[in-house]
Design a protein around this ligand. Structure first.
Ligand code: GDP
Length: 471
């Protein structure tokens, strides 16, 4: 009948032919039915690792359709080496068992949940800003609150400064845990004084930075710390749709000899269930088992809940996103398509920023800020360069220096820049070999100078679109 109708309309068609929208509309009209355009909800051509198979479209879908409910905060612990990050994570984890929480023995799955004042809090079990920023660079912004641990007998150190800058670059609120106050050499006031250099003004001194004096080793004041976490969470009004399409991020993953690929994932929206067909980064599967951080087999997991899953086809990477599909066939098709594409393309970022592309981005994306990471050989140069760069403003576009540091440009500088779409400016320093390789892979631009004025001039010219092209 359709072929006949089309013939009458002057279209010679057979059964295997596709029709354009106009023809379909005319045909539908002739037949007295309504033609509806199917939504192309899956973007198979998405090459953005943060957006597997049109991940963003699912976020939008949840936003439009699902009801929101409060969800537990997700916390990352950062700070300088030996200041007590691991001790704090361990003490908090162990305390929940004595607190009478039901369940088995603590399993190290990469994240855990505890309860305080009847409210849940999720902790990521890998401390440090490197893990935090690597996840961000791969598209997973899971952390809601950063606890920065500073040892009271040692004070603010280079990695403390890095942690502060990484948390700020991510726009994550900071709680400072001043640790080791049991030590006779502890000096909390000195730590608070040092924090002022990073625009972290303690509350009792009239600022808005929450500081809590603790001893992670002795378990001192940890309840107060958790209370502050809940307070900050309340201000943030963290919500997620518990009934929306399940999606989230991979915290860590490995290949287990007997169980196959095992991934710890954090549910960010919806409720994940055993049997769900799922696409995770560049792999796919059907959830066979779900285990919580106490080793219990569970059948469903809602927002902010970390669970270890099996049933995937391949091992994903930390920071990969996951989405649940309605049926296994679609999940398989999309998983395969993505795996194919991954082989063809590298994971290289295509949207990276460089001085050459800055002006175009300012023009096209209505960029209001140019993010820079500034490294130099001595503190004085860092400060001089940073303050001069900070003053540049071109037609409402400002420079935002997200991190400064003394010494060679290293891998964390590159990861931070990749996550924040920043350009690295080096003065009398060079990137080390690993940093160069990573920058190449991530498409992060590194500019090095020996004259401060040249650096300032280049950034300003680039922002005005006046930079001479390099040949
Ligand atoms: P991380 O490198 O930041 O993870 O630090 P660790 O948690 O490994 O702690 C480094 C050292 O500091 C270990 O020997 C801990 O026992 C010790 N430590 C951690 N917290 C405290 C504390 O509150 N008081 C004291 N006295 N020692 C602590």
């Amino acid at each position: 009948d359709l072929v006949k109708q089309l013939f009458m309309l002057g279209v010679m068609a057979n059964q295997n032919q596709s029709l354009d929208t106009d023809t379909i509309e005319i045909l539908a009209d002739e037949l007295g039915i309504e033609a509806v355009q199917a939504e192309a909800e899956i973007d198979l051509d998405s090459t953005d690792p943060a957006d597997p198979v049109g991940f963003q479209s699912f976020l939008e879908e949840n936003k439009e359709n699902a009801e929101l409910a409060e969800r537990p905060p997700v916390v990352t612990i950062m700070g300088h080496v030996d200041h007590g990050k691991t001790t704090l994570l361990d003490t908090l984890r162990d305390a929940r068992v004595t607190a009478g929480e039901a369940g088995g023995i603590t399993q190290h799955i990469g994240a855990y949940q505890l309860e305080s004042q009847g409210k849940k809090i999720t902790f990521l079990d890998t401390p440090g800003h490197a893990a935090f920023t690597t996840m961000r660079a791969r598209g997973a912004d899971v952390t809601d609150i950063a606890i920065i641990v500073v040892a009271a007998d040692d004070g603010v150190k280079p990695q403390t400064e890095e942690a502060i800058n990484h948390a700020k670059a991510a726009g994550v609120p900071i709680i400072v845990a001043i640790n080791k106050i049991d030590k006779p050499t502890a000096n909390s006031d000195r730590v608070k004084q040092e924090l002022m250099n990073y625009e972290l003004i303690p509350e009792e001194w009239g600022g808005d930075t929450i500081t809590v004096e603790i001893s992670a080793l002795m378990g001192q004041n940890l309840d107060e710390l958790l209370e502050m976490v809940l307070l900050v969470a309340e201000v943030q009004e963290l919500t997620a749709p518990p009934e929306g399409r399940p999606l989230g991020s991979v915290i860590e993953a490995r290949l287990d000899k007997s169980r196959g690929p095992v991934a710890t994932i954090l549910v960010q929206e919806g409720t994940l269930r055993v049997g769900d067909p799922i696409v995770v980064g560049y792999t796919h599967g059907r959830i066979r088992t779900m285990t919580d951080d106490l080793g219990n087999d569970i059948t469903e997991a809602g927002p902010s809940k970390p669970v270890e899953i099996t049933g995937l086809n391949d091992t994903p990477e930390a920071g990969d996103n996951f989405v649940v599909f309605d049926d296994e066939k679609t999940a398989r098709a999309i998983g395969r398509k993505r795996a194919e594409k991954q082989q063809v393309e590298s994971r290289r970022k295509t949207s990276s920023m460089s001085l050459e592309t800055l002006f175009e981005n300012i023009r096209d994306e209505e960029l209001k800020e140019v993010a820079l990471v500034v490294k130099a050989d001595v503190r004085g140069s860092v400060e001089a360069l940073a303050s001069s760069l900070q003053k540049i403003e071109v037609e409402g576009v400002k420079v935002n220096i997200i991190h400064t540091g003394v010494g060679a440009i290293n891998e964390t500088d590159v990861t931070l820049s990749a996550a924040s779409n920043a350009i690295i400016i080096g003065f009398s320093v060079r990137p080390n070999a690993q940093a160069s390789a990573l920058a190449e892979q991530e498409g992060v631009s590194i500019q090095t100078y020996n004259v401060i004025y040249d650096a300032i001039d280049d950034v300003e010219s680039a922002m005005k679109g006046l930079l001479d092209p390099e040949y």
